[in-house]
Every structure is written in structure tokens, then in C-alpha cells.
Design a protein around this ligand. Structure first.
Ligand code: ADP
Length: 432
């Protein structure tokens, strides 16, 4: 049956009952009584309806706390419909809140900065990466014009010109960002920032490395080519001169070979796929072997000693040998004749420790933090004279990183240097 019909029938019934009861009373107790009762009955019906209206108004004022009243007659229908509407509303709101929370969380996890602005660049919302990259603070800056918050002139120009088909490369707060602005929903714009500081730095390092390596290789190649040219143009060159040329060419060839070997070692150490092959290292045997090599290199010009009082460790034997050997070879190369070089292997509360100390030429403070950079040398000619590639300490650094060890360099110009390698406690070998 149609709800309206039900409504009218039940209302008519209620009125009919009241009027019927009043008419019956009028019949028995007189017309006046009947009229008064009819009036009272109708008044009661009106008061009940008014009471329901009041209840409804209370509920509409505060739908959350007030309970929806139970209905009577047509009110039952109205209240149950309102209740359903309210339930549907609550469900929609919860779903919306959940979506919003999920969206915010996703935006927070994004590695890129996201800023939502209206059509005139007023900040509506941004994620934490955008706060960090652009120096924004959502709580403080919401509702402010983004061009007043990010004051870089190139950013302001970019926004004023509005040519958003090409991204902007923006340098702010020591960072390099790629900025995209994408209009959406007619009256809103989304700004996305992508941080390229690290990839730029790596690119720069790669470019520097290639430039340095080419430069290092070019010098010996030029020397060799020069001698080869002389040999081809002057075939009857005196034997003694020719053999001295050959000797110099061999030296330069060896230099190139050392360079290429060190570069290959470095690239192997840097490759993440190439994991440390851990084995027990017999430290005493290794250090005695390195001591002998150092004595051979020194050819009796230095006093080289070894104090051995530490445990065996676990790690890659080849890598650790190459790192220690680099430190000891450097000590010999940068210590004048009659100098002393000490190798100490001991255990400490922080873990096993190696010290390579010399009383050689020493290093000025300003250079110390840069010594482990590739091709960084304090004195280029001395490094080359002593067969240095400029990659030794970079190799040491990488080996130590791979073994969770740390390098500490202490040095004073003219007094000597101390290179300490601190291994972690868990580097001590446990397997036989
Ligand atoms: P190189 O092949 O030039 O020796 P390294 O990477 O081994 O390259 O060392 C970098 C620079 O650190 C050297 O050029 C030198 O200037 C300085 N250096 C390294 N070890 C010592 C040392 N024991 N005493 C003085 N200077 C050192």
C-alpha cells in the first residue's frame, strides 16, 4: 500500500476513534459533554503530534547524543527513515575519513614532495617531504601564498610565467629539486618536488672520476708515445739511450697497470653485489708477511717494527691484507730515511685495533678529511715519485666500510702520522 494512503488512513482512524468516543459520550451524557470530550481528544492528538515534533527538533539539533524517539503512527515511518538516512550518512563519513587517512598516509610515504594549492597558489595541504624540501610548515603556513613562502626568484618567475609543460630545476636550502606543477579540478594545482641532490652528487663524482682517471692514464701514455716516436724516427739511436728509454717506458707501463688494478679493485669493492667473503684471518701470519714486504720496500732505510697482541678476526683476507698493506706502504713512502714505522695489533674494549704509526712528513690538518677521496693527494709529485696511484686510501676506506670498521687519521705536519683502524667487537674470529 502507498505510504501516503497508510498515513491518511491511520490519521483518519485516530480522529474517527476520538470523535466516535466523544459522540458516544455525547449520546449518553449530553451534547455539551460530547463536544468538550471531542475538543479534548483533538487537543490531545495535537499535543502528541507537537511532542513528536519537539523530539524531532531536539534530535536534529544534536543527532549524535540524543536518541531518536520511538514513533507512533506515521512518526514510526518518519523516524525509521531518518534513522536509515543517518546511518547511511555515518557510513559515508567513516568511509570518507578512512579514505582521507589512507591518502594522507600514502602521501606521507611518498619519496617526493606534494603540495596542494588553490588556483591562486594558496597552500591547502602538503606532505612532510614538501615541508622539508621547500621549508614549509603546514600548520603555520596553511592558507598562505606559496610564492611568499618559497622566496627563490626562479621559483617565483616560473609560477608567474605559468609554463608548466617543462619542469623547473630549483636550488633551495642546499638541495637540488625538480619541480612540476600540475593543474587539476579547475581551481586547484598540485606541485610535486623530486630531490635530485644525491643523484647529481653521484653523477658529479662519476664525471670527476672519469676525468681524473683519464688524466692519470694520459700522462704515462704520452711519455710512452713520445719515446716510441723517437724510436721510430731515429732507428739508429745509441744503445745506452735506447735502453734508458725502454726502462722509462716500462716504468710508465707499470704505473698504468697499477692504476688500472687499483681502479678495478675499487669498482669491485663498491659493487653491492660483491659481498664480503668471510673467513678466519690468521692476523699474525698476515701482519708478519706485510712487515716483510714493507722491509723489502724500505730496503733498510727505515726501522719497521710489529707489536702483536690481538686476536684473529673474521673477514675477507684479501681485502684486509690490501687495506693494511696500503697503510704500511704509505708509511714507508711518506717517511724519510732513518724514520721509524710501528705496526701495532691489539684488542681494545671497542674491539680489535690496528695502528700504523710513522714519524714521517706528516699531513696538514686541512687535508686530513679529504685523504680518502679518490685521487686526492697532498703532494702530487711525491705521490707519483713513490709509485702512488692516489687510490690507496680510497681502497682502505671501502674495505673498512665493508667490514664495519672505522679509520681514524691523526697527523701533524713534519711530525708524522698515525692511522688507526677500529674493528667492531664482533669481528673477533669465533670459528676455527
Ligand atoms: P697515494 O697513492 O698518493 O699515496 P693514497 O690514497 O694512498 O694515495 O694517499 C693519499 C694521500 O695521503 C697521499 O698522496 C699523501 O699525500 C697522504 N698520505 C697517505 N699516507 C700518508 C702518511 N703515512 N704520511 C703522510 N702522508 C700520507
Amino acid at each position: 500500500m502507498h505510504p501516503h494512503l497508510v498515513f491518511w488512513i491511520s490519521a483518519a482512524l485516530r480522529i474517527a476513534i476520538v470523535l466516535g468516543a466523544a459522540a458516544t459520550c455525547g449520546y449518553f451524557f449530553g451534547t455539551l459533554t460530547g463536544l468538550v470530550l471531542a475538543l479534548l481528544g483533538m487537543l490531545t492528538l495535537i499535543v502528541v503530534q507537537l511532542q513528536y515534533l519537539l523530539n524531532l527538533s531536539d534530535w536534529l539539533d544534536n543527532p549524535n547524543s540524543a536518541r531518536l524517539p520511538d514513533g507512533w503512527g506515521a512518526w514510526t515511518e518518519i523516524f525509521s527513515r531518518l534513522y536509515k538516512l543517518r546511518r547511511g550518512d555515518e557510513k559515508n563519513q567513516t568511509e570518507l575519513a578512512e579514505w582521507l587517512a589512507r591518502f594522507r598516509q600514502a602521501m606521507t610515504l611518498l619519496p617526493d614532495g606534494v603540495v596542494i594549492m588553490d588556483d591562486v597558489m594558496f597552500l591547502e595541504w602538503c606532505n612532510p617531504i614538501a615541508e622539508r624540501d621547500l621549508g614549509l610548515d603546514l600548520k603555520r603556513d596553511k592558507g598562505m601564498r606559496v610564492t611568499n613562502l618559497v622566496r627563490a626568484p626562479e621559483f617565483i618567475d616560473y609560477i608567474i610565467l605559468g609554463r608548466y609543460d617543462t619542469p623547473l630545476v630549483l636550488s633551495v636550502r642546499d638541495r637540488k629539486l625538480i619541480v612540476h606543477v600540475i593543474p587539476f579540478e579547475n581551481r586547484r594545482q598540485i606541485l610535486v618536488t623530486h630531490d635530485i641532490t644525491e643523484s647529481e652528487r653521484i653523477d658529479m663524482m662519476r664525471r670527476d672520476f672519469i676525468a681524473n682517471a683519464s688524466h692519470e692514464l694520459r700522462t704515462p701514455l704520452t711519455v710512452i708515445n713520445g719515446f716510441l716516436e723517437i724510436a721510430s724516427m731515429q732507428p739508429d739511436l745509441e744503445v745506452s739511450i735506447r735502453s734508458s728509454h725502454v726502462k722509462l717506458m716500462v716504468e710508465q707501463g707499470e704505473r698504468m697497470q697499477r692504476l688500472v688494478e687499483d681502479m678495478l679493485t675499487l669498482s669491485r669493492l663498491e659493487s653491492t653485489e660483491f659481498q664480503v667473503r668471510s673467513e678466519r684471518i690468521d692476523m699474525e701470519m698476515m701482519l708478519r708477511h706485510i712487515l716483510q714486504e714493507a722491509q723489502a720496500l724500505s730496503a733498510g732505510k727505515h726501522q719497521i717494527s710489529l707489536e702483536f697482541d690481538g686476536p684473529d678476526i673474521s673477514g675477507s683476507s684479501d681485502e684486509i691484507r690490501s687495506a693494511i698493506s696500503n697503510l704500511v706502504t704509505n708509511a714507508v713512502r711518506y717517511t724519510p730515511e732513518h724514520g721509524a714505522i710501528k705496526m701495532i695489533w691489539k684488542n681494545s674494549p671497542q674491539g680489535p685495533k690496528l695502528i700504523v704509526q710513522d714519524n714521517g712528513i706528516g699531513i696538514n690538518q686541512e687535508h686530513i678529511s679529504r685523504l680518502t677521496e679518490r685521487f686526492y693527494r697532498v703532494d702530487k709529485s711525491r705521490s707519483r715519485e713513490t709509485q702512488g696511484t692516489g687510490l690507496g686510501l680510497a681502497i682502505v676506506k671501502h674495505v673498512l666500510i665493508r667490514h664495519d670498521a672505522q679509520l681514524l687519521i691523526e697527523s701533524h705536519l713534519g711530525e708524522g702520522s698515525k692511522f688507526s683502524v677500529q674493528f667492531p667487537r664482533n669481528a673477533v674470529a669465533t670459528i676455527e
